[in-house]
Design a protein around this ligand. Structure first.
Ligand SMILES: N[C@@H](CCC(=O)N[C@@H](CS)C(=O)NCC(=O)O)C(=O)O
Length: 209
């Protein structure tokens, strides 16, 4: 049994999608930022940076429980444990990992900041809005180009797509129109059609933020 601690945010969706795809039994536990749950000592023991998602695998290596934080590390852990959605051989393995790390190091942090400065910041900061919006547009154009040349981000459907989809499916929140991203829309249709994706979105959507 795997425990997933999260909230209805893109990185938590990502992990629920992977858990559904590999067919593991899992339970979802809400972490509410409004209640400062992420600062509870039990949670900090699992996630020292007090961020979610985090998983606790009750049946980890050597039959001992193992907690993993950082969505990219969690995806790699689950891919290795299940032997799915990652390649074992190079160059494909590192093609997948580079797009996964591009999501973790660039897409998530940039789009998170764009949303923050556009919708949640307590004061208007035009420079930050402009800077993060420009970077967001650039990210969308990079992914659009990759998907114009490939059906998925790297090889077949993989942890790179699973990590990236929950962020990009909110494209309209960033002022991006469908006409600007035709290939990304075809890719999203494929993702939207997967049973695991829909089940995961449902499992996480009802958690309180
Ligand atoms: N790099 C992290 C980012 C996760 C992240 O930003 N989590 C946010 C919610 S989407 C969070 O835990 N925020 C809690 C806080 O800032 O206190 C990952 O991919 O797991």
């Amino acid at each position: 049994m795997i425990e997933l601690y999260g909230s209805p945010t893109p990185s938590s969706y990502t992990i629920a999608i992977m858990l559904e795809e590999v067919g593991y039994n899992y339970s979802v536990f809400p972490i509410s930022k409004n209640n400062n749950d992420q600062l509870e000592i039990e949670f900090l023991n699992l996630s020292p940076n007090n961020i979610y998602p985090v998983i606790l695998d009750r049946d980890g290596p050597n039959k001992k429980p193992m907690a993993v934080f950082e969505s990219g590390a969690i995806l790699m852990y689950l891919a290795e444990k299940s032997g799915q959605f990652i390649a074992t051989e190079n160059p494909l393995k590192f093609e997948i990992l580079q797009w996964l790390l591009f999501e973790n190091s660039k897409i998530g942090p940039t789009l998170g900041n764009t949303k923050h400065f556009m919708y949640h910041a307590p004061e208007e900061v035009p420079y930050a809005v402009k800077r993060f919006n420009n970077e967001t547009k650039r990210i969308f154009s990079i992914i659009e180009k990759q998907l114009a040349e490939n059906p998925f981000l790297a090889g077949d459907y993989s942890i790179a797509d699973i990590a990236t989809y929950p962020w990009l499916k909110e494209f309209d929140r960033y002022g991006i129109a469908e006409e600007q991203i035709p290939n990304m829309c075809l890719w999203m249709e494929k993702m939207n059609g997967r049973a695991a994706v829909n089940k995961a979105l449902e499992a996480v959507a009802n958690l309180k933020e």
